[in-house]
Design a protein around this ligand. Structure first.
Ligand SMILES: CC(C)(COP(=O)(O)OP(=O)(O)OC[C@H]1O[C@@H](n2cnc3c(N)ncnc32)[C@H](O)[C@@H]1OP(=O)(O)O)[C@@H](O)C(=O)NCCC(=O)NCCS
Length: 178
C-alpha cells in the first residue's frame, strides 16, 4: 500500500499521477497532476508538509522528508517542489524549496532551508548545504556545491524535456497496468 494516513491526514494525489506500489507516501503529501513517483521512493509528510507540483517526477530510491516547527523556526522546514522538476535516482531532499524546471542529478542531497530557483541543473552527487540559494540559469556541481557555469541552451531545453519524457513514461506505465 503506497499511501498511508498519519494523524488523520492522507496524501492528496492529483489527476493522472503514477505511484509505484513499492513507494511509500505518508501523511501530508500533495502531488500535482501528471506527476510520478518511481520504485522505492519514501516521502514522509509527518512533522511538516511535502508539496509536489505538476508533471514532476521523483525517481527510484529517493527520500523526501521535512523538519518540524520549533520556537526558533515557527514554519519548520517543509519540502516544496515545483512543476516540471526531475528528481533523479537516490536523491535526498530534506526541508528545501525547489522552483520549476529543475533537474536534480542522481544522488544529490539538498538540505533544510535551501532554495533552488527556476531553471537550475544540479549535477549528480551534488551536496547543497542548508540555507543556500541556487540562482536561476546555472549548473551547480560538487560536494559542497559550487556554481559551475551558466546553462547551455541545450541544457535549459532539457530541463523541460526531461519532465515531458517522464509524463509520457508514466502514461505508458498507467496504460500497462490497466
Ligand atoms: C554535471 C553534468 C551535467 C555534466 O556537465 P559538463 O559541464 O558537461 O561536464 P563534463 O562532462 O564536460 O565534465 C567536466 C568536468 O566536470 C566533472 N563532472 C562531471 N559531472 C560532475 C558531477 N556531477 N559532479 C562533479 N564533477 C562532475 C568531469 O569529471 C569533468 O572534470 P575534469 O574537467 O576534471 O575532467 C553531468 O555529469 C551530470 O551530473 N548530469 C546529471 C545526470 C543525472 O543525474 N540525471 C538524472 C537521472 S535521469
Amino acid at each position: 500500500m503506497a499511501l498511508r494516513t498519519y494523524k488523520s491526514v492522507a496524501p492528496n494525489i492529483g489527476e493522472r499521477c503514477y505511484i509505484d506500489d513499492s513507494s511509500v507516501l505518508v501523511g501530508d503529501v500533495t502531488l500535482g497532476d501528471d506527476s510520478s513517483i518511481w520504485p522505492l521512493v519514501a516521502a514522509r509528510g509527518d512533522v511538516n508538509k511535502i508539496q509536489i507540483g505538476e508533471r514532476t517526477n521523483v525517481q527510484d530510491g529517493s527520500v523526501l522528508h521535512v523538519t518540524r516547527r520549533t520556537t526558533q523556526f515557527p514554519e519548520g522546514f517543509p519540502l516544496i517542489i515545483g512543476d516540471d522538476v526531475t528528481v533523479g535516482h537516490k536523491c535526498m531532499l530534506h526541508g528545501c524549496q525547489l522552483g520549476n524546471r529543475i533537474l536534480v542529478g542522481m544522488g544529490a542531497i539538498i538540505m533544510d532551508g535551501a532554495v533552488v530557483e527556476d531553471d537550475v541543473f544540479i549535477g549528480a552527487g551534488t551536496l547543497v548545504p542548508p540555507n543556500k540559494r541556487l540562482e536561476s540559469g546555472y549548473l551547480y556541481v560538487g560536494n559542497p556545491m559550487q556554481k559551475k557555469r551558466p546553462l547551455k541552451d541545450s541544457e535549459s531545453a532539457f530541463l523541460k524535456q526531461s519532465a515531458i519524457n517522464y509524463v509520457m513514461l508514466k502514461d505508458e506505465y498507467i496504460e500497462d497496468s490497466l
